[in-house]
Design a protein. Structure first.
Lengths: 319, 315
């Protein structure tokens, strides 16, 4: 496109035609390559771009039997309904708060774990620890939630143990005090090992000469970590942090959906769970689409900004 | 790209990443070492013990489970729970469906992704960046659950297991990963093959693919694990519970405590549930769904580590 525009800008008409012809000729030369791409393009057209048209449902009083086109426009009706409902504040607060807790408590864990692993010189020990801690990452949240429930259910392991010590039981699954901390802790348990990989890769790229120099300068172990190790992985940490901040509208649908219930809805209902309940389960398609669109737009702005910032740090960009 | 190339050379010692000579330069004081090894031991134990405990429960009889909540080795081990779940038609049926979806889905994913990624790796084709931009935009801005549901409904995939395959044919993330990998294949190899009159498909299949096996294995496993753990697609699109894939059935059994969906085991299911503690059936179901992952775990670990590293430097 850029090429065509610049040509159009200064060339007279006949030249433009010939350049268009040469463009077609170039495209013809790559016709088999285009053939490779076309199935994927059709796929994205149908399952990513046609749904954009479906976003108009958010501005219509959509009825399934009349279809999108025949449903009447209602403008911003459903957005007003959402923003004026008490749900809005609760959902936004829960979504952002849970994301924030995940960043504050969950984000540093893989870094600390990677730094500790990096100090291990006994390779078999290191390998065993890695093999074990990476594993839960591959389990689905259904399975992992099943394992968590074995522990925190009313008559689960934790309560049985508490009872045997004569202590009062805790109902974590239905407690609005303990539920969110439980989400954060179990998410860390499932992911801290695998999350460390990217930092381990960064650590292995630090030039050993830097350590030699630090030792010659008389740096102790902590001085080395502070002056060599951390600066060496700083850019990776910054990139991961910015990406995490870019994703704050996603508070962990997979995990929360498997564990939440009516008693903890006030603290654990997030935008995604609401969109599913309203948009598909109770078939309020227009409201569901409107809320989903609200989330999609904010999320897009955040991740786009995050990428621009990452790009400006000069390290790498996500796309 | 330089990093990509060096990655291929280094891929053998994936598990050894993080070994820097720094460790040999200066040892930690002995108490430092002890603390580090202990903390890591605890990290390992807190990840593995919950899973191990569930495995033990799956082999334990009712009275033992309620008597010893924190059992680390089975007492009076029994296979009752497994006998029960293998006697139910539904769980095996779901398992079969999921195996089918994983196999066929991953194969189609790979064909589509490899072809498109190879095409898009040719930076000189007209409109390349426009096409890439369209795909990246689709990755960053999704229309959301409801509009996507409407399309899936419109194309007639509701209650069809193909709704778990077709709406997820290509992952933009894997496409970008694959395209970046293709950039690291030396162009001279392709050019000389083309001089000899090979078609684009021929070049891709016999020159480029053999050099790209590590990346293909990586994205293949990404896709396969995605299909195996697929939950939301089935939740949204499949209402008919005889067509539930594994994860949806698992949810109803292990989270919602709903054993009816399991069907009766040879007609005496109801009685049997009362005889066996559902806790050990739940545990056995969890183990049943995890064993296939465990069986391919060595591959998963190796190639996912590689995928994370490839992904980290994409673009």
């Amino acid at each position: 496109m850029a090429v065509m525009n610049s040509v159009q800008a200064r060339a007279p008409v006949p030249f433009e035609q010939s350049s268009r012809r040469s463009l077609l000729k170039r495209m013809w030369r790559w016709r088999y390559i285009y053939l490779f791409i076309i199935p994927t393009l059709i796929y994205f057209l149908i399952f990513s771009y046609i749904p954009y048209y479906g976003l108009t449902i958010a501005f219509k009083d959509f009825k399934l039997y009349s279809g999108i086109d025949a449903s009447p426009w209602v403008g911003l009706e459903y957005f007003k309904e959402f923003f004026n409902s008490p749900d809005f504040g609760i959902l936004l607060k829960n979504t952002l708060l849970i994301s924030l807790y995940r960043i504050i408590f969950g984000f540093p864990m893989p870094i600390i774990f990677a730094l500790l692993l990096n100090e291990v010189r006994h390779m078999p020990y290191k390998r065993v620890i890695q093999t074990v801690t990476y594993f839960p990452n591959f389990l689905s949240w259904v399975v992992y939630a099943g394992i968590i429930i074995v522990f925190i259910a009313p008559s689960g392991v934790i309560n049985q143990v508490l009872k045997s010590f004569g202590m009062p039981e805790v109902q974590i699954l239905t407690s609005s005090t303990y539920f969110v901390p439980m989400l954060i802790v179990t998410d860390i348990l499932k992911g801290f090992g695998f999350g460390a990989i990217i930092y381990l890769a960064a650590l292995s790229n630090i030039d050993p000469q830097l350590y030699e120099a630090a030792v010659i300068d008389g740096a102790g172990k902590f001085a080395q970590i502070w002056n060599v190790t951390l600066p060496g992985i700083r850019s990776t940490i910054v990139v991961m942090l910015i990406l995490a901040l870019g994703g704050v509208m996603n508070a962990g649908f997979d995990q929360i959906f498997q564990l939440y219930n009516a008693s903890v809805q006030d603290v654990s209902d997030i935008i995604d769970t609401f969109v599913y309940r309203i948009g598909l389960q109770s078939a309020q398609y227009s409201l569901g689409t409107a809320v989903g669109l609200f989330k999609g737009v904010i999320g897009f702005i955040l991740i786009f900004t995050a990428n621009s910032v990452v790009r400006r740090t000069g390290e790498y960009s996500i796309w | 790209m330089a990093i990509n190339l060096s990655l291929r050379k280094k891929r053998v010692d994936d598990q050894a990443i993080g070994v820097s000579t720094s460790n040999r330069l200066m040892r930690n004081p002995w108490y430092g070492e002890v603390i580090i090894y202990m903390v890591l031991l605890i990290a390992g134990l807190v990840t593995i013990l919950p899973i191990w405990l569930v495995v033990v429960r799956s082999f334990s009889p009712t009275n033992i489970i309620s008597q010893y909540p924190f059992l680390l080795w089975p007492i009076d081990a029994t296979l009752d729970a497994y006998t029960y779940i293998f006697g139910t038609a539904t769980l095996l049926n779901s398992f079969g469906l999921t195996v089918f979806i994983t196999a066929v889905g991953t194969a189609l994913n790979l064909i589509m992704t490899i072809l498109a990624a190879y095409g898009l790796s040719k930076r000189e084709i007209p409109f390349n960046s426009l096409l890439m931009g369209l795909i990246v935009f689709a990755m960053l801005f999704s229309a959301g659950i409801v509009p996507t549901f409407m399309v899936v409904r419109q194309v007639g995939l509701i209650d069809s297991i193909w709704s778990l395959i077709i709406p997820q044919l290509v992952s933009p993330f894997n496409l970008i990963l694959m395209r970046n990998y293709f950039w690291s294949v030396p162009p001279e190899l392709e050019e000389s093959a083309k001089m000899d009159g090979a078609t684009d498909l021929r070049v891709l299949v016999s020159i480029v693919l053999p050099l790209s096996m590590p990346a293909i294995a990586t994205i293949g496993l990404f896709y396969a694990v995605g299909h195996w753990n697929e939950f939301f697609g089935a939740l949204f699109y499949i209402m008919d519970n005889t067509k539930w894939p594994l994860q949806l059935l698992l949810r109803s059994i292990i989270i919602e405590n709903n054993f009816q969906n399991m069907g009766s085991a040879g007609g005496w299911g109801e009685v049997h549930i009362r005889m066996i503690n559902p806790e050990n059936i739940k545990a056995a179901t969890i183990v049943f769904a995890t064993v296939p992952i465990l069986m391919v775990y060595p591959f998963l670990q190796r190639y996912f580590v590689q995928g994370v590293k490839l992904g980290a430097i994409k673009g």
